[in-house]
Design a binder for this molecule. Structure first.
Ligand code: GLN
Length: 381
């Protein structure tokens, strides 16, 4: 072996492949990793096939094909009132995770501090650290996982380069409110703080609630990069397609780097998505579909000893298991996978401190058959 100096010595495999691997090994129902187990639209699949057959199989422009960027700009305008220039302010990415990596790569340097709210999606902190940045986590706690903006104010200094948001939030399913947005506007006013807003579950929001995209608020949009994901919206997580929105001078910095990392994204899928997005119902209808799944799953879970926490958006349901066990959440999640055949995600892995609130996460982006099978098993615990 030659000598190397690992850039992320403490980091092992992400929890998602770990729990999926365990689910496969123990033939468990996989409610762990967040992916839909029902098919994507046959029409979308035919469109991809058609564009492949028509010969759209060579490089797309690095920022993505213009028709897709135009559809994204139109959708964003209709939902938020913010007009992003399709040419310079919308970029297609290889999924949400690569978009997040590229934004951090473009702007975070040695010693820059980035405020993140934990539990935080597991790529945030390693991405910051690998670029020399320092994550400054603020811990949120169940049941409501509310942000204490006074704590945020206290953490801000001349070193603060970025604040990362995630709404609807993974893993908790909470959403930012208008008053959260108002606090954030006050805090960043007059600073050079960038905002990276992870809005990959933008269309999955329940009970008539509003998705407060930072795009809606000019004081935030002018300093924000927004990440979204076609995988989440069209049940195609394996296609690795997402996009970024942001002011042109910020986007230019990201594009410089992205072209040398991935060059561009899959061409026929981009043409297919552009056609598919021309029908707004294809993305607007998913909130009802997922609300029904959330309610269906919650109804079944009444027959178990789990206590469900409120879910306002995303396709995740969190739950306390205090009535069942006082084990740590990781051990509990592993044990119920092995002994009862249902895989879930422990939420302590999303805290730097490994804070264990005895909460696990279920993904309900599944067929009723899968949910029935999972809850039949959970009832035995
Ligand atoms: N976003 C998905 C989740 O939270 C998983 C993504 C992944 O496996 N990297 O479960």
């Amino acid at each position: 072996m030659i000598a190397i100096n690992s850039k992320l010595p403490q980091v092992g495999a992400s929890i998602f492949p770990v729990m999926t691997g365990l689910a496969i090994e123990y033939k468990a129902v996989n409610l762990a990793q967040g992916f839909p187990d029902f098919p994507t639209s046959p029409q979308l699949i035919s469109l991809v096939n058609d564009y492949m057959k028509k010969g759209m199989n060579q490089y797309a422009p690095p920022a993505g094909i213009l028709p897709l960027r135009e559809r994204i700009a139109e959708m964003t305008y209709s939902l938020t009132g913010k007009n992003y220039c399709a040419d310079t302010e919308v970029t297609i990415t290889a999924g949400g995770t690569q978009a997040i990596f590229s934004v951090i790569e473009a702007f975070i340097r040695d010693g820059d501090e980035v405020i993140i709210f934990e539990p935080a999606y597991d790529c945030y902190s390693p991405n910051i650290r690998v670029h020399g940045g320092i994550p400054r986590p603020i811990e949120l706690a169940p049941p409501d996982y509310k942000i204490d903006w006074e704590k945020v104010k206290k953490l801000i200094s001349h070193k603060t380069r970025m604040i990362m948001l995630n709404t609807p939030h993974n893993p908790t399913g909470t959403v930012l409110s208008k008053s959260d947005i108002d606090e954030l506007i006050k805090i960043v006013k007059g600073t050079d703080i960038l905002i990276l807003s992870d809005e990959v579950y933008e269309h999955i929001i329940f009970d008539g609630k509003t998705h407060h995209s930072v795009a809606k608020y000019p004081e935030l949009a002018e300093r924000s990069l927004i990440v979204s994901s076609f995988g989440k919206t069209f049940h195609t997580t394996g296609w690795r397609m997402g996009y970024l929105l942001g002011p042109d001078y910020l986007m230019a910095e990201i594009r410089k780097l992205q072209q040398f990392a991935i060059y561009t994204c899959v061409t026929p899928i981009q043409y297919a998505l552009a056609d598919f997005m021309a029908i707004p119902d294809n993305y607007l209808s998913i909130k009802e579909m997922y609300q029904q799944k959330r309610d269906y799953f919650a109804g079944l879970m009444k027959n178990t000893k789990f206590d469900l926490l409120p879910v306002a958006g995303s396709y995740f349901q969190t739950a306390h298991y205090n009535k069942i066990s006082d084990e740590g959440d990781y051990d509990f999640a592993v044990r119920i996978t092995k002994e009862f055949g249902v895989a879930t995600i422990p939420t302590s892995v999303f805290y730097t401190s490994s804070a264990d609130h005895k909460v696990i996460r279920f993904c309900f982006a599944k067929t009723e058959e899968t949910l029935n099978k999972a809850v039949e098993r959970l009832m035995k615990i």
